[in-house]
Design a protein around this ligand. Structure first.
Ligand code: ADP
Ligand code: MG
Length: 485
């Protein structure tokens, strides 16, 4: 099976748009889907087929702790409905595993585009406890060719809309893709989230392999790189690890900022980097900041990363947003009036990913309800998303307010001290960050001094439980929410 184990990056999802709308639970169509016995049966079969795979790729703990508590209740061509017994479970699965799951599901049912999770406390525990469970020994050893994540053929230069905000990055990417000579090494693309960095990396990979299929292009996220490295260490295969990476022609590492604070990963990356450069291999990196601004990455490495061509992508302009929307609308099955596109481009300004998210949400709602897309329809469906945009609270703001509330310093919230007097407020801050911002658990982890996402999840869960019993904490939480919103 040519499935890359490390492909846990939602952004690589071929063609599929991942959308998780808990509010769908309220829509009659979802109920219809769920209520046909045949659909429910097919949903259960699909889910049962995927659990052993999830076990293989995501690990036994994930299946035991989370996935097996979900129940598949409905299935259409493009949507699988899963019921979770609690909000926590829903959020957790949504944040951490939804993309992987959708990818695994699509291996069984390629037409699947949406996973939709909702909370249903009445749902019975699923009867999947017997799903075969792989032991650690059975976990697949990574075959060399599965080193990277698959390239999404749908992201190419042709469907990348260019204006002055991304022109430099676009031209640089095209240049690297068009030449067999290494002109700048590395190519370093940087810019905020959702502005097209990953798209450009995939476009380069597609172009290079189309021109010369024998060139080995490896694309992976920095997180995946680190995971490979740790795994190699664990399996005492560091030699093979080095050899594998050094055998590639083009190495692309996405979101390199992830290695901030991870010294041994940086060290290994530095060596791999130098070895590849010496052999005249092309390296392409992306990050959310320029090399010089990457905090927590050693100076030796950042200066090395800045030695090639550094190209940045600026925030979007109205024209770019509208251009992207027109391109999408041309390909969509539903009709989008121009005024709706203009309204979206005016109101969703943060980045292209959110813009696409809003666009896809309109399509999904229109398809489920059979309604035509009008301005009023768009305004109604996207009301929540727009409210969040206007009332954007930063994690830093939350940390400051929490520190102040408890008479602590901001550094106490960020530091590693475990004393309860600081640990509790810190966990409350994590909880509020999860509740009041759209940041993912890994994002929150980074904002809390580079903590792991599992630490954040634990903090959030702890507070969720305590809020039920600890009145003082509940008061503090309510007061802080009032101050913050
Ligand atoms: P980043 O990696 O910078 O966070 P992505 O490359 O994942 O952002 O882009 C987010 C989404 O927006 C993707 O679906 C991508 O295809 C799309 N996108 C971003 N920029 C453009 C663009 N200039 N033209 C067309 N689509 C774009
Ligand atoms: Mg990206």
């Amino acid at each position: 099976m040519a499935f890359a184990v490390l492909d846990n990056n939602f952004e690589n999802l071929p063609g599929a748009q991942l959308e998780l709308f808990s509010e769908f639970a309220a829509l009659p169509q979802a109920e219809v889907l769920a209520s046909t016995a045949a659909a429910a049966q097919r949903a259960r079969e699909l889910w049962t087929a995927v659990l052993p795979e999830a076990n293989r790729w995501l690990g036994e703990a994930v299946v035991q702790n989370w996935l097996r508590h979900l129940t598949a209740t409905g299935l259409s061509d493009d949507t699988l409905i899963l019921a979770a017994p609690s909000k926590l479970m829903q959020d957790w699965v949504q944040n951490r595993y939804a993309d992987d799951l959708l990818r695994l599901l699509r291996r069984v049912q390629p037409s699947l585009k949406f996973l939709h999770l909702h909370v249903d406390a009445n749902v019975e525990m699923p009867a999947v406890a017997e799903a075969p469970v792989a032991t650690a020994e059975e976990l697949p050893v990574l075959p060399m060719l599965n080193l990277g994540a698959p390239i999404d053929a749908a992201r190419n230069f042709d469907n990348f809309v260019v204006d002055k905000s991304n022109q430099l990055a676009f031209e640089a990417a095209r240049r690297v893709a068009a030449s067999d000579k290494v002109e700048f090494n590395p190519l370093f693309l940087h810019g905020g989230v959702g502005l097209g960095k990953t798209h450009l990396l995939h476009a380069i990979a597609n172009e290079i392999t189309a021109r010369n299929p024998s060139r080995r292009v490896i694309y992976l996220s920095a997180e995946q790189f680190m995971y490979q490295f740790i795994r190699a260490l664990r399996d005492k295969e560091t030699f093979t690890f080095k050899e594998m990476f050094r055998a590639v022609d083009v190495l692309m590492i996405d979101d390199i900022q992830f290695i901030a604070g991870k010294e041994s990963t940086q060290e290994e990356f530095f060596h791999t980097f130098n070895a590849l450069v010496e052999q005249g291999k092309q390296i392409i990196l992306s990050a959310d900041k320029s090399p010089g601004d990457l905090a927590g990455v050693g100076a030796r490495l950042t200066s090395r990363m800045g030695m090639g061509l550094v190209a940045d992508i600026h925030p979007t302009s109205y024209e770019l947003r509208l251009g992207v929307l027109h391109a999408r609308a041309d390909r969509a099955a539903v009709k989008f009036p121009t005024e709706v596109l203009a309204w979206l481009a005016t109101n969703i300004t943060s980045n292209i990913r959110e813009l696409e998210g809003a666009f896809n949400r309109l399509i999904a709602h229109a398809q489920l309800t059979g309604a035509a897309i009008t301005l009023e329809f768009a305004q109604r469906v996207l009301a929540d998303q727009l409210r969040q945009q206007t009332r954007r609270i930063s994690i830093e703001e939350i940390q400051k307010q929490v520190a102040q509330h408890f008479g602590l310093r901001l550094s106490d919230i960020l530091a590693a001290r475990r004393a309860r007097a600081v640990a509790r407020p810190r966990q409350l801050a994590m909880y509020l960050a999860k509740q009041l911002t759209t940041a993912s658990l890994p994002d929150i982890g980074r904002a809390f001094g580079g903590r792991d996402h599992t630490t954040i999840a634990h903090g959030v869960r702890t507070v969720e439980n305590l809020l039920l019993t600890d009145a003082a904490l509940a008061d503090a939480c309510a007061a802080l929410k009032r101050t913050l919103s």
